[in-house]
Design a protein around this ligand. Sequence first.
Ligand code: BDR
Ligand code: CA
Length: 322
Amino acid sequence: MPTPIPLVIDTDPGIDDALAILLALASPEVDLRLVTTVHGNVEVAQTTENALRVLHLAGRSDVPVAAGARESLVHPQPERAGHVHGAAGLGGVELPPSPAVPILRPAVVALAELLMSAPQPVTIAAVGPLTNIALLLRVFPDAAARIGRLVVMGGSAWRGGNVTAAAEFNIWADAEAAQAVLTSSLPTVLVGLDVTLPTVLDEAGIARFAAAGPIGATAAAILQQYLDHARTAYGTTGVVVHDALAVTEAILPGTLGTVRRDVVVDTGLGFGRGQTLVDRRTVSTAPTAVDVAEQVDSAAAVEFLVSRLASLDAAPPDAARR
Ligand code: BDR
Ligand code: CA
């Protein structure tokens, strides 16, 4: 097995964020070195607490958690997503508290230190609003330049939005940060609604990891609120686990078919705010272009997620990592 890729997850747990963290912990291809939290689905104090508890659920409270931005760079996020993720962000499930506490350094400092000290290129999976990453670019540009890959869950090239007609939630929540990051020349893969929406985890898949043991059963319980929301809001019987698909691309680069595109974010205050304008007329050669995910094998991605989540209960805790 090649050396695992050092991974940071920048996140706002969040139901699908929780699944994404568990997926990373179940994947030997990556070494989850740090979790940084951000405002988004719920307030940052809650996303931080949720991150700690999700890591503890998997027996990995040794992974450091650093709290990040509590608000967007310029315009406060108009509303949170408690109606989707539950008021406390984990679908009404109260996980046992972790013995760990957040590290004392703020997220941007922890990110910068890790990037400057890591001997190998670090992958960052950013699955919440991009406030922390934009701050990193501005405050610690030398550290940001050392990012090996940045995999962003956000935006949409042709499927419209999920929080407004035009905008996907993570981009809409901090449009100015997204514009700074997506035009920064960082080596970025943009995993948007075009590939996440077709990738539906159904109840049969959930039942498989639910049956594997207590971790899988708890993950399934967390998902129940998402299932209920999908049933009422969209009339579907499965859930779209956006963030887990982005983390899959971080774990197995090339999972998604990507094309280099020029992308800008609508930062105006009109109806299009937060829209990712992806220029699909040409393949871009500009240094600021990003790799936009345009193709996905949804069945394979769901199978990967289900089998990895089920494996969390099968594998004994890795004492060597503590
Ligand atoms: C994104 O928005 C959040 O609610 C999810 O966690 C995901 O990161 C999907 O639009
Ligand atoms: Ca998220």
